[in-house]
Design a protein around this ligand. Sequence first.
Ligand SMILES: [Zn+2]
Length: 205
Amino acid sequence: MLEIAVPSDVAAELAAIGRFVAARGWVPATSGNFSRRIDEGHAAVTRSGVDKGNIRPQDVIAVPLSGPMPAGASAETPLHVARYRGDPGIGAIVHVHTVAATVLSRAGAAAGFLELEGFEMHKSLAGVTTHEGTLRLPIFANDQDTQGLAERIESALGAQEPVPGYLLAGHGLYAWGATMVDAQRHLEGLEFLLQCSLEERRRDR
Ligand SMILES: [Zn+2]
């Protein structure tokens, strides 16, 4: 497949989300990665080992949504590609390594999900209009075989997931949306809910 260039506005969006999450300490030590759909066959993904608070145009690579990954793509690129293939409505994906996501994903790993109940911030998620009810955030076991992991995740998830994100145990949080604005709001909302949940567990111990 012919390699395509990353449009400058797409690279700029990825740099902007990088500055946003880096300022909050959510991508320590060059961890995390971000992506944006370019067209029906490609996405732009951040390269591995890049300072996510200072993403330059050359730090972003265009990858095909089917076929082999180009050299230099992040090891977690298959997780992004699989989501774009699994849900055509997804336009952007953000992945971070926060303390709350890392701790709570380990605590809930055996159950396979984390339940968040009764928070006003549920409404930060697309389609959620009330604090009432329970959000179930899926948790998957971490795996260095990200291709196999992506296949397991996609067979468990479907298009139009009620909660636009999942946790990898001991690893971090993935969140997505129709646009980068939506993905950022979902990331911020889910991370806020995780921090609340972590605080409550500390208090209840
Ligand atoms: Zn990661």
